[in-house]
Design a binder for this molecule. Structure first.
Ligand code: NAD
Ligand code: ZN
Ligand code: ZN
Length: 344
C-alpha cells in the first residue's frame, strides 16, 4: 500500500506492506488523515532527538472504516465508521485512571499512531481496539480533523473555564485556531482573532469572531479598547513565539488565563508583577477520550464544522509545504483511496 513516511532524509511517499492486526488490534481502512503543524516540528528534528525509530508512517488524525478485527476484539466489526483517539498512557497512573490519558504521569511504550507508531497517512493503519471512537454520522474529513485540531482546541478552552460574555483572544487561526473560534462562539464568548494572513482573518470573522486583527506590535491598543482597558479574560496562543507570548501577556486582564497550545520555541518570564495579578498559565496537551466524543457530537449537531480541504496521498508533501508557508485555510486531510497504488 502507499504511505507517507518520515525517514532520516525527510518525508517520502513509499510502497509499504499492508499491516495486519494482532490480538486486541483493529485494521482500519483510512478514509481521511489530517495534516497537523506538529508533523512539521517533528520532521524538522534530528532523528536522534525523536525518541522513536525511523522510518515511520506519519498521520495522527485518523478517520476510517474498520476493515478487520484481531483476536479477542469485541465491540467493533468490519464496516464501522471510526475515529482514532491519539494519546497513549500506562493505564494505571492517576492521570490514566481519571480518564486523562493525555496527562499520563508514567508514559507508555506504545506511541500514538503517526507520532512514533505507523500512522494514518496510508491506505490502512493498525491501532489498538480501545483507541477507537465511533464516528458514524460524521463526514470522514470532519472526523479526522476533529481528533486533534478539534479535540485539542476543545480541551484547551474547557481548561480556561471561559463562558458567556468572556473576551478571548485567539492567536493563529489555523487548523486548531479556526476550531477554537467556533467552540468559543458556541460558549457565547466575544472573540478577537489574530493572524498574519488576511484569508485567516476573513475566515475568523465568518466563523463568529467580533474582531480580526493583524498580529503585529501595536495591536495591544486595539484589543485594550475592545475591553475598555480592562484586558481580556483569556488568550489561546496557537503560535507561541516570543512575540505572541509577549502580546498575550500584554492584553490579559487580571485573573485571566493564558493557554499556550502552540509548540513554538517562545518563552515568557512569569512571576509576581511580571504578568497581571491572578494570571494562570496553562500548557494543555491534546485532550481526553470523552472530549473527543464531545467534539464528534458537536459536529453531528452542526455546531462545529471544520474547514477541511482534501488531497490525495500523492499530494501530501506539497500540502505540508503549503501548511509550513501558512497557505492552508483550516485543515488539509489526505483521502487515501485503496487501489491508488495499483493505478500509479
Ligand atoms: P496551522 O499552521 O494550521 O496554524 C497556525 C496559524 O498561525 C496559521 O493560520 C498562521 O497563519 C498563524 N500564524 C503564524 N504566525 C503567526 C503570528 N506571529 N501571529 C498570529 N498568527 C500567526 O497549525 P495548527 O496545526 O493549527 O497547529 C497550531 C500549533 O499548535 C502548532 O504549534 C502545533 O504544533 C500545535 N499543536 C499543539 C497541540 C497540543 O496538544 N498542545 C496539538 C496539536 C497542535
Ligand atoms: Zn497534531
Ligand atoms: Zn498513565
Amino acid at each position: 500500500m502507499l504511505a507517507l513516511q518520515l525517514t532520516s532524509d525527510g518525508m517520502r511517499l513509499a510502497e509499504v506492506p499492508e499491516p495486519e492486526p494482532g490480538p486486541g488490534e483493529v485494521l482500519v481502512e483510512v478514509t481521511a488523515a489530517g495534516l497537523c503543524h506538529s508533523d512539521l516540528t517533528v520532521a524538522a528534528r534530528r532523528p536522534d532527538e525523536l525518541g522513536f525509530a525511523l522510518p515511520v508512517v506519519l498521520g495522527h488524525e485518523l478517520a476510517g472504516t474498520v476493515a478487520q478485527v484481531g483476536a479477542g476484539v469485541d465491540g467493533w466489526q468490519a464496516g464501522d465508521a471510526v475515529a482514532g483517539y491519539g494519546p497513549r498512557g500506562c493505564g494505571t497512573c492517576t492521570g490514566c485512571v481519571g480518564g486523562r490519558v493525555n496527562y499520563c504521569r508514567v508514559g507508555s511504550d506504545r506511541r500514538p499512531p503517526g507520532l512514533g507508531a505507523d500512522g494514518a497517512l496510508a491506505q490502512y493503519v493498525v491501532v489498538e481496539a480501545g483507541s477507537l471512537v465511533a464516528a458514524d454520522g460524521v463526514p470522514a474529513l470532519q472526523a479526522a480533523a476533529l481528533t486533534d485540531a478539534g479535540l485539542t482546541a476543545h480541551h484547551a478552552i474547557a481548561r480556561t473555564g471561559v463562558g458567556e460574555g468572556a473576551v478571548v483572544v485567539v492567536i493563529g487561526v489555523g487548523g486548531l485556531g479556526h476550531a477554537a473560534v467556533q467552540l468559543l462562539r458556541e460558549r457565547g464568548c466575544r472573540i478577537v482573532a489574530l493572524d498574519v494572513e488576511q484569508a485567516k482573518l476573513d475566515l475568523a470573522l465568518r466563523l463568529g469572531a467580533e474582531a480580526a486583527l493583524t498580529s503585529v506590535r501595536g495591536v495591544e491598543g486595539d484589543i485594550a479598547d475592545l475591553t475598555h482597558g480592562e484586558g481580556v479574560d483569556a488568550v489561546l496562543d496557537f503560535v507561541a513565539s516570543d512575540a505572541t507570548l509577549g502580546l498575550a501577556a500584554g492584553v490579559l486582564g487580571r485573573d485571566g488565563v493564558l493557554s499556550i497550545v502552540g509548540v513554538g520555541a517562545g518563552r515568557l518570564p512569569v512571576g509576581m508583577h511580571a504578568v497581571a495579578l491572578g494570571t494562570r498559565v496553562d500548557t494543555p496537551f491534546w485532550g481526553t477520550r470523552e472530549e473527543l466524543v464531545e467534539v464528534l457530537d458537536l459536529c453531528r449537531s452542526g455546531r462545529l464544522t471544520l474547514e477541511v480541504e482534501s488531497v490525495g496521498l500523492e499530494d501530501v508533501e506539497a500540502a505540508y509545504a503549503r501548511l509550513a508557508a501558512g497557505q492552508v485555510l483550516g485543515r488539509v486531510a489526505a483521502v487515501p483511496r485503496a487501489g491508488t497504488a495499483e493505478r500509479r
